[in-house]
Design a protein around this ligand. Structure first.
Ligand code: FES
Length: 318
């Protein structure tokens, strides 16, 4: 189950360091030096960048009383201003508004064994989980796939963990990592976690299709489904009693913002969970990449940036 919070922090960029090719680690501390809210394995934070863009990044470390947060940020060639801004303009000393950690990719800490799978920058939440499981003395293994050795982050620390970590370098192996073989070799009660590019996640979904869905966990960096822009329904805002019509071509979030409704948002494509709201009535057309099938069926929350409605009316707790 996901956790949400909308509280904001003012954090200073303490350091920016090199982790791998095109990948920086950005460390953020409270401006007043106070201890930060707990970060659990798999959590992420939203950075409100100084160019007005809000982006979510996964945390590298899980701590109950963190003195800083560290996020891994890869420069994306197709960046719309998030990672490019961080790599080219963000400087040590800058103060950013940052959300408290949210976790839509939580670890099951009672699993007998955890199989962690990462591709590229997807290593950030996965490495966070690996370190946490190691500290807990839990049973785990990590499979980390990169295109070239220069793309691999945290390699020195991983080497210290010995045989639990398996690094797969595509251009040395001449092929992509065999996810089916990794999953087939795991015990029936193992839990699986995967974060990486879309083709890897699609292959992971296929490879785990026969596993208990409760043991299969993943986090996407990009939307899988198109945003619902069909419109033609009414959203009732329960806290004010106001009704707003969602026309064709607009998302619920678009209309709420136009109407001056205060609502948090970040990715606007259903992957960060920032805009999650409670659903009181109606049949949601879920399009996000966060809620599990059972959470979708419960119909108790929705992401208003991307999801629509199958019913004529949705009542939201806004
Ligand atoms: S803004 Fe990211 S899920 Fe809606």
């Amino acid at each position: 189950m996901s956790t949400t919070t909308n509280n904001k922090l003012e954090l200073r960029v303490q350091s920016i360091s090199y982790a791998a090719q095109d990948t920086y680690l950005v460390e953020l501390c409270a401006v007043d030096g106070r201890v930060l809210p707990e970060a659990t394995p798999g959590a992420h934070i939203d950075l409100h960048l100084l160019n007005g863009i809000i982006r979510s990044y996964s945390l590298v470390r899980a701590e109950t009383q963190p003195h800083s947060y560290v996020v891994g940020i890869k420069k994306d060639a197709a960046s719309r201003g998030g990672s490019r801004y961080v790599h080219e303009e963000l400087r040590v000393g800058a103060v950013l508004t940052v959300s408290e950690p949210r976790n839509h990719f939580p670890l099951n800490t009672s699993a007998q064994h955890s199989v962690l799978i990462a591709g590229g920058i997807g290593i950030t939440p996965i490495w966070c989980m690996a370190q946490f499981l190691e500290q807990q003395g839990a049973s785990w293994e990590l499979w980390y796939s990169v295109r070239t050795r220069a793309d691999a982050a945290f390699v020195k620390q991983m080497e210290a963990l010995g045989g639990k970590v398996h690094l797969h370098v595509d251009d040395e192996a001449g092929q992509v990592m065999n996810l089916q073989a990794i999953i087939d070799a795991a015990a029936p009660d193992a839990h699986f976690y995967c974060c990486g590019p879309a083709p890897m996640l699609d292959a992971y979904e296929q490879a785990t299709a026969q596993r208990n869905p409760e043991t299969v966990h993943m986090e996407r960096f990009a939307a899988k489904e198109a945003i619902a822009l069909e419109g033609g329904f009414v959203v009732s805002l329960a806290r004010t009693g106001k009704d707003v019509v969602i026309p064709e071509g607009s998302s619920i979030l678009d209309v709420l913002l136009d109407q001056g409704v205060a609502i948090d948002y970040s990715c606007q494509e259903g992957i960060c969970g920032c805009c999650e709201v409670t659903v009181l009535e109606g049949d949601v057309d879920h399009r996000d990449a966060i809620l599990s099938e059972s959470e979708r069926a419960q119909n108790s929350t929705m992401m208003v940036c991307c999801s629509g409605s199958r019913s004529q009316r949705l009542v939201l707790d806004i």
